[in-house]
Design a protein. Structure first.
Length: 224
């Protein structure tokens, strides 16, 4: 099976202490820090679903009622697709059933949960993970590819949140996405500096000027 959209995240931290602090960062908390960047606020809708989407189905009192409501709106789902559910109340005080689907992370997931998720790779037909490398010198590298554009959109923001939150702990590096799938060209380069974050989305045909080969080059990490 051909995978079309490559991703690569490479980060370096000043020390193991900052690295460990970064791993405990809540992913979605990074959104507020990125909203001031014009391309981010214009490009990413806060209401779009992604890997960090969990649900509260209003007025449902059982799991089956919640699943029936999802099926009613065209979301084919069974009990086997659910990893967690419980009675809950939404942000407006409405009672319902909380659902967490398989292959999703909790809305309040931390960086280490995303890294663990990539290691397990719960959707090998849609996501291929080449490696997730962490070492005690505080280097991080993860790379892989998405089978289609929808899967790319599912993982895009969580990876950007993880990569850019490194800045809060003295880290630097990049998160890069590049490829074409289903006639959807992708070139998105997020550079993380110790004092700034840059987001660029050039035309795919112009992306050669962004050192694509270097961005996606594998760097061997060791435990020495």
């Amino acid at each position: 099976m051909t995978f079309g959209i490559e991703f690569h995240m490479r980060l370096t931290f000043p020390s193991a202490a900052e690295f460990e602090a970064w791993r405990g960062q809540v992913l979605v908390e990074q959104r507020a820090r990125l909203e001031s960047l014009p391309l981010f606020s214009e490009r990413f809708d806060r209401f779009e679903e992604d890997l960090l989407t969990d649900l509260i189905i209003e007025d449902a009192s059982t799991l089956e009622e919640a699943l029936d409501e999802l099926r009613r709106v065209g979301h084919e789902i069974t009990t086997e697709d659910i990893t967690e559910w419980r009675p809950a109340v939404d942000g407006e005080g409405n009672p319902g059933i909380y659902l967490l689907e398989a292959r999703k992370l909790r809305r309040d997931a931390r960086v280490d949960a995303l890294l663990d998720h990539l290691c397990v790779n719960p959707a090998p037909s849609l996501l291929r993970v080449h490696c997730v490398s962490l070492d005690h010198h505080a280097d991080v590298m993860t790379s892989g590819a998405f089978r289609d554009y929808d899967t790319y959109c599912e993982y895009l923001l969580p990876l950007i949140f993880a990569g850019t939150s490194a800045k809060e702990f003295g880290g630097a590096g990049h998160v890069s996405f590049f490829g074409v799938d289903d006639m959807e060209p992708v070139a998105l380069f997020v550079d993380v500096h110790q004092d700034a974050v840059e987001i660029n989305e050039p035309d795919v045909q112009d992306a050669i000027t962004w050192n694509v080969h270097e961005r996606f080059a594998s760097i061997e990490l060791t435990d020495e």
